[in-house]
Write a protein of this length. Structure first.
Length: 143
């Protein structure tokens, strides 16, 4: 499907333009289809950025049954590490951007994401928590 994007002025297919025009439901559906075609020329990182980190923090709050304010200041907690991991993989945020959300330095964010990745490999509970967050934010289809 070819169309002209009114916002960026490009003439491209719907799957390569990262600025679709339409309602939230339409944009979410287009985002889902684009990320399914990962690897093709789809501006994947821009599409990932359409998922705001605030949605991730709300999902982590539900899973951890605790307020984000408390989660974000706890050092070494699995919930904060989970949010950072999802933020990097699903929101397309850089380590620096994630650090700005949590008040952490870039290297600390990197360590936290790596730590949670290791936990997921060793502990099925952590993997289940990760998938519960993805289910809540509606991003489970892109695994």
């Amino acid at each position: 499907m070819s169309l002209s994007c009114r916002q960026c002025g490009c003439i491209s297919t719907l799957l390569t333009c990262s600025r679709p025009i339409g309602g939230t439901r339409f944009r979410n559906e287009v985002r889902r289809r684009v990320l399914e075609k990962s690897g093709e020329r789809t501006d994947e990182r821009q599409w990932r950025r359409m998922l705001p980190f605030s949605e991730v923090t709300k999902a982590v709050e539900q899973v951890a049954e605790e307020a984000w304010k408390e989660i974000s200041i706890r050092r070494g907690g699995w919930a904060r590490d989970l949010a950072l991991c999802v933020g990097q993989k699903r929101c397309g945020l850089t380590l620096k951007e994630l650090g700005n959300y949590t008040g952490m330095k870039q290297q600390a964010v990197c360590n936290a994401v790596a730590r949670f990745g290791s936990r997921m490999e060793k502990d099925e509970t952590m993997k289940e928590l990760y998938y519960r967050v993805l289910t809540i934010i509606g991003d489970i289809a892109f695994c």
